[in-house]
Structures are given as structure tokens and as C-alpha cells.
Write a protein that binds this ligand. Sequence first.
Ligand code: 1HN
Length: 353
Amino acid sequence: MTLAIDTPGSKHNITGARQAYYDKIAKFHLAPLWEVLKGLVTPEPKTQMVPALWKFPEVEKLMLEAGDVITAEEAERRVLVLENPGEPGKSRVTNSLFAGIQLIMPGEIADAHQHVASAIRFVLKGKGAYTAVEGEKSSMEHGDFIITANWAPHDHGNPGKEPVIWLDVLDMPTVNHFQASFANHFDEKMQNVNHEDGDSFERYATGVLPDGTSDAFMKRSPVINYPYAKMRPILERLKKTGDVDKRHGARVRYANPINGGPVLPTMGASLALLPKGFKGEPYRSTDGTIFAVADGSGTTTIDGKPFEWGVNDVFVVPPWKRYSHTVTGGDAVLFSISDRPAQEALGIWRESN
Ligand code: 1HN
């Protein structure tokens, strides 16, 4: 086939001939790579996701209104999805992660179920609720980091007197990307609890390992709850000895005590203390990151735009957007979570300043 004839209007002829060719091959489920190549193999990460911040006082008010609209039982999980404004309606905050805010009112329970998607909870506000994960009934306190691994049975309840609110992050968009989702509901509303509060932390995260510890824990941490009350003093130690990173502050990574790896294969989390007066240097990485404010107040400038935060606010930094933290009050503590372990396992994770 001759495509190029060097006459006036030849451009039009080429375009027309090409289009005719594309129409013809489309019937065979074929398409020209050269028309889309530049958008597929980009020289730098491209994302439709945008930086965003959810202020806790606003979210809390709206969340409590949800308490009037629907019971936890009807909703199965009373969660407001943190929708990235760059892609509303997709139930995700980054391409790979779901984030939501969950409310459980006094006297309510959220039934036992299990799913392939792994979850984490970071407790924001309220006392007296529990989550039961794989037989361990764990109390939920502000700043606690609780994991629910792939296929782990879990249910929540609030026998206390106050509403309890937490951040849920799930790798559901990742699981759905692979189209590998399974889920199961138990007939019993609550699972059998045979391990008391704090059991897995004491057993596995205090310098000893029980004989016969399962190999299954190479892939995911055996610890259900990493309590804030145990983590915060470690951050204070780092601060005291000046172990403060110029970008991230005095930071610890939640680790699997069996092998030092991430708590889950798909998601990794950290807790950082940014000392009073901290003015962080810029940083970017390919893992879009969700932050929750455990303590203090400050400003994070993301892609040149300032986002002011206070206690329990949640914000998201999309992949490869440059950001820097500044503290405006006393010491601040930031929780963060991303898909970094998944990217590292695939050998694609990168960072720069
Ligand atoms: C889920 O099972 C929980 O168990 C929370 O509390 C949020 C979001 C999407 C899918 C499943 C929970 C969820 C979820």
C-alpha cells in the first residue's frame, strides 16, 4: 500500500489512508502501537491522581450524620470513601490503594468476614471499640496501627460509650487490578476469640519468637496491633539522639519481626516525629502515599501547593509529586502508608529529591 504521495494535501491523504488502515485492522482486534506509545511508556511517572486533604472536623461531622442515615449492620461497614478528586467514582485514593473513614457507634458490631484484600486500620478518635483479627481481640486507641492480612477473618465492635472513628486502607484496587478478589461472610456474627488484647505483639515483637512460629509469617507480620503507646516512646528516643532525617523526621518503619520486611506484601507503613520547628527538605518517590496526622499541626507543600493539617486529618501525595513537611506547632507525628513493598518486590520503586 502506498501511503505518502508528495502533492498538496498529502497530509490529509496520509491521515485518511492511515485511518482507513486502522479501521481495517480494528476488525481483527489489532491496533497501531505507534499512535499510543508515547502515552504508554512515559519518560517520567504520569498520574491522574491529585494531592488532596480531608480535614478531620469536617469528616467527623459528616461521619456522625452517616450514623443517623444507616446502621453499621445495614451498611456492613459504615465507611466514607476518600475519593481522590482526580478520579471520582473509582473508590480509590491512589491507583493501587483504597482509603476510607469508618465509624462504629456504641453498641454496634460489624460482622465477621474475610477477603483477599489486605487492610490496615489507623485509629483516629474515640475509645472502647475493638477489632477481632484471626482470633485476637484488640482494643483500638488513638494512633494504633492494626493489620488485617489477606484472608484474615475480622469483625469490629463497640461496647464502649463513644463513637469510634478510624482510617481504613486496603490494597483492594491492587487485588482488583489482578482480578483476584475473593470474599466470604461467616454465619456467626463474631469470630471465636482465643487470644487476648496485645497477644501477638507480646509473642512476636518483643525480642523472642515462640518455637514452631509458622513460615506463613515470612510473607506478613504476625503482629495484629502496633500500639501507639509503644511506638511513640521510640520516636522520642530517636529525637533525643538526633536521628532525624532531613526529609522524613525521626521515622520508624512498621516491620515484620520475623524477617524485618514490611508488615504486608502490598502495603508498608511508617510513623514519624517531626520536631517543633522542623522544615523538611523536598522528597518524591514512585509510591503514592497516604498520611494521617497522629499529633500536632503543620503544612505539607505538595507539587508547589500548601496543605495545612491538624490532628486526625488525612492527606494523599500522588506518585512522584515532590513534597516537604513543615511543622507549625509543637512536635508533630505523621503516620504514612503506601504500596512501596509491592513496587520494591517488582523492582520498580524509585525516589529522589
Ligand atoms: C472492609 O472489609 C472493612 O472490614 C473496611 O472494616 C473497609 C473497604 C472496602 C472493602 C472492604 C472492614 C473496607 C472493607
